[in-house]
Unconditional design. Structure first.
Length: 130
């Protein structure tokens, strides 16, 4: 599963709420999705964020990758920081969107699988070159 960390001018990160009818509806997550067979991670990220948010990603850097163990499966999570994109993020799949300061992500009802991303994002935004 690929996810993108998109930032606004105030260095807040975009999170999306899983809509009714989806597994774990109501929880918040970083936008993204599954990689198709033969698709590169960057291509999949670009496709998923175009589909979900209507943006065109032009540059992104990988931030953290790890396995998360659910009761019935193991998934590989791969978070990328979007450093350049075109367009304004919009809800294209009925999901609520919110811009959240990275240091306040602990107050958001994030999917448990996305929680390890918070520390990596905090280090990223606190880095002098970010």
């Amino acid at each position: 599963m690929l996810a993108g960390a998109l930032f606004d001018g105030q260095r807040r990160v975009l999170v999306a709420q899983r809509p009714a009818g989806k597994h774990m509806a109501g929880k918040w997550e970083f936008p993204g999705g599954k990689r198709a067979d033969g698709e590169s991670p960057f291509a999949a990220l670009c496709r998923e964020l175009q589909e979900e948010l209507g943006i065109g990603v032009t540059h992104a850097v990988p931030l953290i990758q790890y396995e998360y163990v659910y009761s019935d499966r193991i998934v590989l999570l791969d978070l990328w920081c979007i450093t350049d994109y075109a367009g304004e993020p919009q809800s294209r799949e009925g999901q609520a969107l919110a811009w959240v300061p990275v240091h306040e992500l602990g107050k958001v009802d994030l999917l448990e699988a996305d929680r390890p991303m918070v520390q990596a994002l905090a280090a990223y935004v606190d880095a002098p070159s970010a």
